[in-house]
Design a protein around this ligand. Structure first.
Ligand code: ZN
Length: 252
């Protein structure tokens, strides 16, 4: 199947990504900035169609996949950035695939005035539009697998290979934005925050480098193997969020 054989270089992926982003601003009625505050279901469909054109030579349209798809936003879906549901097509139900995107996660993960990034699919994602695009990419790989094999799992090697070849993904978790959102909700912690924690009976101070289920904390340590441009040395720890105590500001 043609869909399984696409492979792009990082540069080709970047060029296509940029082209799609530009086209969204031109064609969408709602999305005029990267941290849009109003969207409609049509925007998901628009972006999907742009991916079809720029990455897959309109395969989905020409093979009548798109005509059996529905696209929607969900405010209630808080556990995953996106979901691809599939149904048996009947007379009553013409929809075979429904691509659902979490409005909750896309909107809450990025604020207008923030310079923070979120790691999505291996990319440092800067805003809602980029997040939406990477979530849609992930769901498109699910779609490709369903069409090819009648089944799909982002935990399996085949998915990882496809997502990497086509979109350059290096991370594949289905709960694309969950780690960070859980952190925001329950612990009010985010990447860049300074924290205290203890490890093996010793107290450490460091900043959060990454959040998944645990946080990656770079702790100040004069023997640490990591160094910043000010000559501070750090050691890397993986700590459960509940053990981190947030500091009000960077220690001096
Ligand atoms: Zn997945």
């Amino acid at each position: 199947m043609k869909l399984l054989n696409y492979k792009y270089t990082n540069e080709e992926i970047e060029q296509r990504f940029d082209k799609i982003r530009q086209q969204v601003f031109i064609q969408s009625k709602q999305i005029k900035t990267e941290n849009f505050s109003v969207v409609s279901n049509d925007d998901i469909k628009l972006i999907f169609n742009l991916y079809d054109t720029h990455f897959f030579d309109n395969y989905f349209k020409e093979n009548e996949v798109t005509s059996k798809m529905a696209f929607d936003w969900s405010k209630k879906m808080t556990s995953a950035g996106g979901k691809l549901m599939y149904y048996k097509v009947t007379k009553q139900n013409p929809v075979q695939f429904r691509m659902r995107i979490s409005a909750y996660l896309i909107f809450n993960s990025f604020k207008n005035d923030s310079a923070k990034t979120v790691n999505l699919a291996g990319f440092q994602t800067k805003n809602r539009l980029e997040a939406l695009m990477h979530v849609i990419e992930h769901e498109i790989i699910h779609l490709v697998e369903f069409l090819a094999f009648g089944d799909s799992s982002c935990r399996k090697d085949n998915f990882k290979k496809l997502a990497n070849h086509i979109f350059g993904h290096t991370a594949f978790t289905h709960q694309l934005l969950t780690g960070r959102m859980e952190a925001l909700k329950e612990y009010d912690l985010k990447v860049g925050d300074w924290v205290n924690f203890s490890f093996d009976g010793k107290e450490y101070t460091g900043f959060i480098h990454r959040i998944t289920k645990r946080a990656t904390v770079m702790a100040l340590d004069k023997n640490g193997e990591y160094k910043d441009n000010k000559g501070n040395r750090f050691k890397k720890y993986y700590i459960l969020l509940k053990y981190l105590k947030k500091l009000e500001s960077k220690p001096v």
